[in-house]
Ligand binder design. Sequence first.
Ligand code: BTN
Length: 233
Amino acid sequence: MGARTLGQPRTDVESCESTQSLIDTSLPEGALVVADHQTAGRGRLGRSWDAPAGTALLFSLLLKPPAERNPREISLVAGVAVADTIERMIELAVQLKWPNDVMLRRTKVAGILAELRDGAVVLGIGMNVNQTREQLPAGAGSLRTASGREWDRETVLQSLLEDLTSRYLAWVEGGLDAVYDGLAPRDFLRGRRVSVDGTSGTAAAIDREGRLLVEVAHGDLRPIESGEVLYER
Ligand code: BTN
């Protein structure tokens, strides 16, 4: 990809079903689709992702990582970049709930969907920016609800594209180790009682392969590769 910032070529649409579907994988790495509104936004595990028009950041980015990298790690890399951006802008600690949720003040402020397609990764990010409390589902927050002010979405997007570029290039070069400094200290689940697809215990850490380590009995750590985490608040 070279040294340029991810985000080119860029397509902006007023409304679409999902920016994920508008990414053409024959485009060069870094291609970006941004929508003001989605009518059928997709979340992980078949869920939907909704936001009122004009309030959120909704975009998809085309990535073509080298074969030696595990593309499943991209959700974590992107989460680190989103956390970097939010912390720099609003000076509140951001946490990452493995594997793909960005948490601010114990509410979900952004979600990440990394889909493998044609050997590439279509990375979708939805960030709640200017939604009011009433416009958000239970358990969700926005930059506005956390900071008490509205944000310019284009400024947030430019900042995030810079952080995504820098964290992604570091990962391409050095793998998850190279971004681990932004991941391990922000582990939202660490120390919490969790249950993931039948495995229950205490979340101990995210390891250097990006797996969630769950302590099921004293000293017995089970690595979880993927799944839906239920946790006690
Ligand atoms: C999740 O938390 O389940 C992931 C949510 C990802 C939502 C974004 S919004 C932009 C892009 N287009 C989609 O349809 N989904 C992703």
